[in-house]
Design a protein around this ligand. Sequence first.
Ligand SMILES: Cc1cc2nc3c(=O)[nH]c(=O)nc-3n(C[C@H](O)[C@H](O)[C@H](O)COP(=O)(O)OP(=O)(O)OC[C@H]3O[C@@H](n4cnc5c(N)ncnc54)[C@H](O)[C@@H]3O)c2cc1C
Length: 466
Amino acid sequence: VSRERLVVIGADAGGMTSASQARKRRGAESLEIVALDRGRYASYSACGIPYWIGGLVGSVDALLARTVDEFRKQDIEVRLRQEAVGLDLDAGVVTVHDHETGGDYALGFDQLVLGTGAVPVRPDIAGFDAPGVYGVQTLDDGEAVRAAVAADGASRAVVVGGGYIGLEMAEAFVERGLEVTVVEAAPQPMSTLDPDVGALVAEAVRDLGITLHSDEQVTEIRTGAGGEAIGVVTAEREIPADVVVLGLGVRPNTALARDAGVKIGVTGGIVTDKRMRTASHRNVWAAGDCVQTVNRVSSVPVHVPLGTHANKQGRVVGINIGGGYATFPGVVGTAVTRVCSLEVARTGLREAEAEQAGLRFVSTLTESTTRAGYFPGARPITIKMIAEKRSGRLLGAQIVGEEGAAKRIDVLATAIWNEMTVEEVSGLDLSYAPPFAPVWDPVLIAARRSWDAVELDVRADYTPQP
Ligand SMILES: Cc1cc2nc3c(=O)[nH]c(=O)nc-3n(C[C@H](O)[C@H](O)[C@H](O)COP(=O)(O)OP(=O)(O)OC[C@H]3O[C@@H](n4cnc5c(N)ncnc54)[C@H](O)[C@@H]3O)c2cc1C
């Protein structure tokens, strides 16, 4: 058997899961595996960065899932500070820039995995590339932000953009005792939620002592004598800052793939088939934040840069390269986050997405508590449900609440995945005991209310108009 070489570009969730899974199925005698990363770390949890900066996680080592040595023991060679700068897919060659020596070299491959992740959106506005304006995408970024927070006199942080990463960073800065301001261009933070739910988040964020300026666009980053960021300017005000962090979302990092002729989709992500093989090249695979996937509810192509998908897609790639058979089934848009004591979760379609998909729906907002009302620690929970008109199929759900609220989204994600109606959800056999839920779980109450609304709507449709 001739030995093949698998080259993995990007040594984190998507890339290294691919490598490990391929290795499980093919020994070193048939498959050599070389993984490249331009950064100084491999296989890390980017999701843990805000908790490391905030001090909840003590050291960077805790965020490393597996070390380069551990990979070596599996016969996977990880080369750090090695950046893929060119790709010739027909010849099967990657050009690698070695950041240690400054030189370039060619590396041939038989199979290639693109796991290049995403890059933070950095608007083309004066000052956004100044020192002191940080993205938080890699551990190297995290280290830079930690150093900035620890610097003498650092007391004011401004987060530009109120997405979930921006809000997690706001929490981290609160934990570090900084004065925190979040500037968001939209009327509400967290554009992945409907505005009425976003408004609940805004209210709770302000209650936590974070200053939130929504409906305000950043027009400039003010720089000091040394060119470093010293403040954030909007049409309304100038906010002095010792640390500025980008929370404007990310876009797929696909320049290398695009230049090599790999097919890119409408979302900017790499197009693959269900086995995560690129649409353009049979021996080129892709996984993680650099790919486009499909939303199972709307059937629309989407870019959902989440670690949960990167790991699953990497597993699919590795199984297939290893000679097995696996597919990635798409997503329903489930996500969860926490800002201090506030828990926020969503799944399925929000109203605007349902409208774009041409679906008609009925929305309800239901308030309840996370435990029996009399039980110590019962906290408020609000659930929004979006059900399809007539059929009552659950299309989407959003949850805002305190401890015990957010993970209830998983029941609703499962219901959406299985195309259940809200009537079916209202009858589910969910667990009950006072420390965990009221006798009617908030999910059941919300589903019941949603089903009532669907029925009323159907009746209204059939009532002759005078
Ligand atoms: C602050 C933060 C919090 C998050 N929280 C959550 C969460 O709670 N839940 C969740 O599901 N997801 C979360 N995510 C998202 C999650 O971290 C990503 O979806 C996941 O890391 C994607 O994995 P990936 O392997 O596709 O890309 P990445 O983790 O971005 O890894 C890509 C790697 O490729 C390397 N690379 C890029 N280009 C090249 C090149 N040309 N040559 C060599 N190397 C290259 C990069 O250095 C990087 O190490 C969070 C992300 C961040 C930043």
